[in-house]
Design a protein. Structure first.
Length: 338
């Protein structure tokens, strides 16, 4: 395993690995895990189906040998996977992983932040789609209060996992008002709110283009009250368009996958909790790496297989999104963690 860097058909290197550690979540966000689909009857994966921490570590070392330097743990809700801090510890020991982060709904963050920091976690991204309980409860659909999410954000900052990135999915007719609420609330705190255009991930959220609030409309809304100016990306492949407040009181981000696709610089691979490799968030097929891990295949052979999969990659779903693509089967967000 000498070569450290494989590129796909569009010349994009493999740099980022998003690892879903569970398909379960304690929220039922309507744009991701609607109760009508993910109700009491829904069959979540059994423990034996999930990759063990040792298997995740083994795969991460193989991905690192392909050039991955950033690893993000996702879900479902990653903090509900028991002892996830132990996994953080195992991954933090891999020297080539320069950035180890987690995306969470923060429902358990206040109680786990210190341990995660000690385990070697670098950064936290928190999903928070509104600042008022009425709207937030309607979206998370389990009546979870905003105050406990804010507590988690503060605790993460306290223990040194800040500045925290806060992701807000903006859906027309649901939480447009949250754009200004969140911008005002987090301005001057050092935390960075990223407003995400509502996406047609999976096939269970009833996505319509009419429900998308375009990035330019979000910028205009904020500009009208708090002047902002665009700033360059921190690195190639960064998904957010960055803006800073003209008065220097911080920045926001906009993730505009629908109106300003960023596929040309997409260096992200995704691993589902049962060990399937997906080369795009909107993919419909995953490549089963768990079978290779469990049938005696060597690391060398798995390395070569991942290289072949990435080398054949030509995904650019957001660029080709159209009425034709709408009918394509797509993997669920809660399964590969966004
Ligand atoms: S649509 Fe697929 S290829 Fe495009 S940025 Fe998203 S994950 Fe990458």
């Amino acid at each position: 395993m000498t070569e450290r860097g494989v590129s796909d058909k569009l010349g994009r290197p493999l740099r980022d690995l998003r690892i879903s550690v569970t398909d379960r979540c304690n929220f039922r966000c309507t744009y991701c895990m609607p109760k009508e689909v993910f109700g009491h009857e829904y069959q979540f994966m059994e423990r034996a189906e999930l990759l063990t921490f040792e298997e995740i570590e083994r795969l991460s070392r193989i991905f690192v040998s392909h050039g991955v330097g950033k690893v993000r743990l996702t879900g479902g809700e990653p903090l509900i996977r028991r002892d996830v801090d132990r996994l953080v510890e195992m991954l933090a020991r891999i020297p080539e992983i320069s950035d180890l982060a987690i995306t969470t709904n923060a429902s358990l963050l206040a109680s786990k932040a210190q341990r995660l920091k000690e385990a070697g976690l670098r950064r936290v991204t928190v999903s928070l789609d509104a600042l008022d309980d009425e709207t937030f409860s309607a979206i998370n659909d389990v009546g979870f209060p905003v105050a406990r999410v804010l507590e988690g954000i503060e605790e993460a900052a306290q223990v040194g996992l800040g500045p925290v990135k806060i992701n807000c999915v903006v859906k027309r007719g649901v939480n447009e008002h949250a754009v200004l609420d969140l911008a005002h609330h987090f301005r001057g705190t050092g935390h960075i709110v990223r407003f995400i255009e509502y996406m047609d991930v999976g096939t269970s959220n009833g996505w319509r283009l009419d429900d998308v609030v375009p990035a330019r409309e979000i910028v205009t809304k904020i500009q009208a009250e708090m002047p902002i100016e665009p700033v360059g990306k921190n690195y190639t492949g960064e998904v957010a368009e960055r803006y800073r407040y003209a008065d220097g009181s911080g920045e926001i981000g906009i993730i505009a996958s629908v109106t300003q696709p960023f596929c040309q610089a997409c260096t992200r691979a995704r691993l589902s909790a049962d060990g399937k490799l997906f080369t795009c968030l909107f993919a419909s097929i995953g490549h089963d790496l768990r079978a290779l891990l469990r049938n005696g295949t060597s690391d060398e052979e798995i390395h070569d297989e991942i290289g072949r999969i990435w080398g054949r990659r030509d995904d650019r779903y957001s660029e080709i999104r159209s009425s034709q693509t709408e009918s394509l089967p797509r993997v669920e967000m809660s399964y590969i963690g966004g």
